[in-house]
Design a protein around this ligand. Structure first.
Ligand SMILES: [Zn+2]
Ligand SMILES: [Zn+2]
Length: 317
């Protein structure tokens, strides 16, 4: 079928809902809802943020990711391929829904007795295109939907030109204001439609780019803004993730860092989603044990795990 995203047609055939439903009967009991099984593993984590060649910025064979997850002893992994929503990204977009569904079915057939293999998506927040995004999600089956802010003020934060003449404090504040706008949008959608997005991706992603383009990062002047983001997440039933990719890129903390995790716990947050944001197989599951320790230190001992858009908080102790 054809779906209009922001006025441009994207071809996204729907996979068979019945096949997905049948697979879940088998998968849910085996890997998710049995804490005995999860607790029996050495590293009982679910990596819920990673990419393969179904995303524009990864060349990795999906099966390589699964093999890496199995080697690490993960309880499961969920692919979260990029759903490119900004016109600048459309020329390089490789997401094709039918192909993606087919690949997940093949992986489950080959590896499905060893670990859970989830089919998720990482949607880029674009305020002018949310109606089309909601329609896209409503007609397709996913295990998990991440909402991520990759753009602010109409430009990608990962492009160097976005940072010309913008200092760390100014850029960080503007980015976080867009994240607050995004979670408020989620909260409105949640009231109107039920939960549309499950997880907020890398809420302080901006620090990766101020570090890269401006040589430093500092979230401390923006504590009030971050507090507001966390509180709206709780109201919107949107789980923040702890994303470990910064720890592979020269920063000494995950996204978010320990101060933000502690604030989330103080506001009543009891679980977060764990994600490596791997684009290469060797990074699957990387840093999740350190991230879990950050959560433990804040008093959070559960990971929010999503299957068929259903949330279960799984203890990792
Ligand atoms: Zn992202
Ligand atoms: Zn990602």
């Amino acid at each position: 079928m054809t779906t209009a995203v922001g006025g441009v047609a994207c071809y996204v055939p729907v996979c068979s809902a019945s096949v997905v439903a049948c697979e879940y009967i088998a998968f849910a009991g085996r890997f998710i809802w049995s804490s005995r099984r999860v607790g029996a593993r050495n590293m009982p984590f679910f990596d819920q943020h990673l990419h393969s060649h179904h995303s524009f910025d990864s060349k990795t064979e999906p099966a390589a990711n699964v093999r890496a997850a199995a080697q690490r002893g993960l309880a499961g992994l969920t692919f979260t391929e990029h759903y490119d929503t900004h016109p600048d990204d459309w020329p390089s977009c490789v997401y094709e829904h039918d192909t993606y569904c087919s690949a997940i079915r093949s992986l489950r057939a080959e590896f499905g007795t060893d670990l859970f293999i989830g089919q998720g998506i990482e949607v880029c927040y674009q305020p002018d295109r949310m109606d089309g995004i909601v329609d896209f999600l409503a007609s397709r089956s996913f295990d998990l939907v991440i909402l991520s802010v990759h753009y602010f003020q109409g430009r990608a934060l990962y492009k160097r030109e976005q940072w010309e003449g913008v200092d760390v404090a100014e850029g960080t504040g503007r980015y976080l204001e867009t994240v607050l706008e995004a979670v408020r949008c989620c909260e409105r959608l949640h009231r109107a439609h039920g939960r549309v997005f499950d997880v907020l991706g890398h809420l302080d992603l901006v620090k990766r780019y101020t570090h890269r383009f401006r040589g430093s990062f500092d979230l401390s002047p923006h504590a009030q803004l971050i507090d507001e983001i966390l509180q709206v997440c709780l109201e919107a039933d949107l789980v923040p993730e702890i994303n470990t990719s910064t720890m592979r890129q020269g920063l000494d903390e995950a996204m978010p860092g320990s101060d933000t995790v502690a604030r989330y716990a103080a506001f009543g947050g009891t679980a977060m989603s764990l994600g490596s944001d791997a684009h290469r197989a060797k990074d699957v599951g990387e840093g999740l044990d350190e991230a879990a320790q950050v959560l433990r230190d804040a008093g959070i001992t559960r990971a929010a795990v999503f299957r068929d858009r259903q949330r279960q908080d799984v203890a990792f102790d």
